[in-house]
Design a protein around this ligand. Structure first.
Ligand code: ADP
Ligand code: ZN
Ligand code: ZN
Length: 733
């Protein structure tokens, strides 16, 4: 019997699906999109079931307006994975599915290359450019946009240029459309390009053989310092996959997607490579997505969201720098791309390789207990040599804009030898606070529980939490004194100080303020490599994925915040940063040195890290986590809630706590911590509280949450606050 009702998942924040009647002339399919009336709107949704009964009568149901797909949007296994994500991360199915599509599909556009039209100039059009366009401003705009090459149709729509203008230009014979449908070809016969390849060392050969010999699903941790030849292993693993006619997915951290990375894959193989990142426009993104789905691409390299790309025939997944924090999405579907990648490999029955010099403690733990295979590259394949590491005790020392005299002397030595020096300070702006010298009043954001950061370059004070800003205050709002002083050091101030200390050397600052313009980070990195600057200042941004062979001294100016942070992962992050910068400094002819400034040189984690290795640090840290019953020895879920009224938020989370504790699945191995005010207790006018659920067993936590959530949703205060669930949170602030 032909089904009469379609169950549709819609992008609305409700944990349920909606029934619609199927008109006789329409044929919706499961996993395909439809457009439906919803209230006064029309929404695009995904059909999740075709049935004959609904709890509503036919008169109460509306009909599907349009069927948008004749084949499912996702291959079956990916579709199942998305259902799993929705359940695991406790995020509504409709939102999960719609968020996992390119925005073009979310808007109801055709899932076909045919929709991807581009425009270009004709010869006559080029001639006309010389003549000009008189008062036809829009026409002139289009023509000039096309001057440097073809432009996607969507770009004109984004620029609010209507089809009429394009049509006029076509009629004049000045522009024409091109359909750039990628060719789907069989690349498996000629996979590898004719390039020089290094002879593999034994550890690399063993790693490759181990992965290749596994059948079906297998998860491999490839642990090796920077330069130990991990990428070379990836390339060797991908080759036989492509030769079998299968595809490869390579995930990299947000900042790691540099032209150098991409080129290494493009140069090595003769197969089409698609690159997916957040900077793509709507058409480019749909294009890449279709290339992977229709097998026009052999390799997809991308950041977090590339994980949810459909593939015709996926053969392997690589997650490079698997410990990187950018793999965890911090809003909407708060998934961890590394963890979901492992799940995906499992569903697809293919191998997955997690590569890192500094594996996340969760991953390392899985390898140590034998859940993951552990592959180690212990030698540097290239010519780099290990750095020497040093702690500078700054207890009681005089600091000049955060620099101790010993560090300044060290810097001078390296600079005078003609090398580069890199300084890390994780604080943007000139100074983290502006204070009255007479009464101690500090300029505070009115909307947040936070101080304003003083930005000298732009002449303003800015809140780094809500983004509000105002001109610099010159008078204390407490006592009226005009004697205001800055407290603490940010990257801007450090930059000024260095110009004074080392006038003969050039300094460049890399942080979110200095790299706001598109492409500015890339050009800054190039000029650093060309030796235009001798002193580099940066936040974490500078550490990731960039190799600077002429840097021989790296200094972390303030590590104490990470040693004594309320976030139990802070020391792990510090260790990862440390190893990362150490791994990128120097080369054989120019050995590198890494210096840490701290008030706590005796700290055990610091000692393990400095005098031994990341592994020693990790072992120590894992023991501490075990004693404290923290992940990976337990599983956490963070409830966050906010509203304009602090009492409401607290009371809601208290109700959540009671609901959880009273639940039959809440066993003696579960614990609730809180409610407590969030580390940033007020942001943009909203009071923020949090509650942490800890369980010893992942499936207990899952079942408990799934079963308690409906009760939480109908709590008296649930409607009064904005609340979210973060499963296995990475950031506790
Ligand atoms: P990682 O990804 O671990 O940082 P790479 O694969 O990029 O390491 O290797 C670092 C450098 O060493 C690259 O220039 C690479 O070509 C080279 N390399 C890799 N493996 C070998 C090898 N077995 N012999 C010689 N050079 C190698
Ligand atoms: Zn603010
Ligand atoms: Zn004052």
């Amino acid at each position: 019997m032909r089904p009469t009702i379609a169950r549709v998942a819609l992008p609305v924040p409700l944990d349920k699906q909606f029934d619609y009647l199927i008109p006789p002339h329409l044929f919706p399919i499961i996993g395909g999109r439809v457009s439906v009336p919803f209230g006064r709107q029309t929404l695009v949704g995904v059909v999740t079931a075709l049935v004959n009964h609904s709890e509503f009568s036919e008169q109460q149901l509306k009909s599907i307006k349009q069927v948008l797909d004749s084949q499912p949007v996702w291959p079956e296994k990916l579709y199942q994975l998305l259902h799993w994500c929705s359940q695991f991360y406790q995020y509504p199915l409709g939102d999960t599915l719609l968020n996992a599509m390119p925005s073009a599909l979310r808007k109801g556009k055709e899932a076909d290359f045919a929709a991807l039209v581009e425009w270009r100039l004709t010869a006559a059009g080029r001639d006309q450019l010389m003549v000009g366009f008189g008062r036809a401003v829009k026409q002139a705009k289009v023509m000039h946009m096309l001057e440097s090459g073809p432009v996607a149709h969507q770009t004109f729509i984004d620029e609010e240029i209507g089809s009429a203008v394009l049509k006029t230009l076509v009629e004049k014979g000045w522009i024409e459309s091109i359909e750039n449908k990628p060719v789907v070809r069989d690349w498996s016969k000629d996979v590898e390009a004719d390039v020089d390849k290094p002879k593999l060392n034994t550890e690399q050969a063993v790693a490759i053989a181990t992965v290749n010999s596994s059948q079906g699903f297998g998860c491999f941790l490839l642990e090796g310092v920077t330069g130990s030849g991990k990428t070379e292993v990836y390339l060797n693993l991908i080759k036989p996959v492509l030769e079998k006619g299968q595809q490869a997915l390579v995930l990299v951290p947000e900042i790691g997607l540099t032209p150098q990375t991409i080129n290494r894959f493009k140069k090595r193989f003769n197969v089409p490579v698609e690159v997916i990142h957040s900077g793509l426009n709507e058409t480019e993104r749909l294009n890449s997505w279709l290339c992977a789905r229709d097998k026009a691409a052999g390799i997809v390299i991308g950041t977090r969201s590339a994980l949810l790309t459909p593939f015709a025939d996926l053969g392997i997944i690589i997650v490079d720098e698997e410990h990187d924090t950018s793999y965890k999405q911090q809003d909407s579907l708060r998934y961890h791309a590394r963890d979901v990648a492992v799940m995906r490999a499992n569903k697809e029955q293919i191998p997955i390789v997690l590569g890192s010099a500094t594996p996340a403690l969760e991953t390392l733990h899985n390898a140590l207990v034998g859940k993951y295979h552990h592959l180690v590259l212990s030698n540097r394949a290239g010519s780099a040599v290990p750095t020497t590491n040093k702690v500078l005790n700054i207890k009681g020392a005089y600091l000049e804009s955060g620099l101790s005299a010993a560090l300044i002397a060290e810097m001078r030595k390296h600079l005078q030898a003609g090398n580069q020096v890199m300084l890390f300070l994780n604080r943007r702006g000139f100074s983290p606070a502006l204070m009255c010298h007479e009464c101690g009043w500090i300029a505070e954001c009115k909307r947040c529980d936070a101080y304003y950061t003083y930005h000298q370059n732009s002449n303003e004070i800015r809140c780094h939490h809500c983004g509000s800003q105002q001109p610099i205050i010159h008078q204390c709002q407490g006592c009226g004194s005009t004697h205001l002083v800055t407290v603490g050091v940010g990257t801007e101030q450090l930059e000024n100080q260095l110009a004074e200390l080392f006038p003969e050397f050039k300094t460049i600052r890399i942080d979110r303020d200095s790299t706001r313009r598109k492409g500015s980070l890339e050009s800054a990195l190039t000029s650093i490599r060309n030796g235009e600057y001798q002193i580099l200042i940066g936040t974490q941004m500078l550490a990731k994925g960039h190799h600077f062979p002429d840097v021989t001294l790296v200094a972390l100016l303030d590590v104490d915040g990470s040693l004594y942070s309320s976030d139990f992962r802070a020391s792990e992050r510090l260790a990862q940063l440390f190893i990362q910068v150490a791994g990128r400094a120097g080369r054989a002819s120019k050995p590198g040195e890494v210096v840490l400034q701290t008030h706590h040189p005796e700290h055990s984690l610091l000692q393990a890290l400095l005098t031994k290795s990341y592994r020693h640090f990790a072992d120590t840290a894992l023991q501490e986590r075990k004693l404290a019953m923290l992940p990976p020895f337990s599983f956490l879920t963070m409830f966050r809630a906010e509203s304009n009224h602090s009492e409401q938020v607290e009371s809601f989370l208290r109700q959540v706590r009671h609901t959880l504790e009273a639940h039959p699945l809440f066993d003696e191995f579960c614990m609730v911590l809180g409610p407590t005010p969030a580390p940033l207790a007020k942001r943009a006018g909203k009071y923020r509280w949090q509650l942490l659920l800890q369980a010893q067993n992942r499936s207990t936590m899952q079942k408990l949450l799934a079963s308690a959530k409906p009760a939480i949703q109908i709590l008296p205060d649930a409607k009064k606050v904005r609340w979210t669930l973060d499963i296995e949170p990475q950031d506790l602030s």
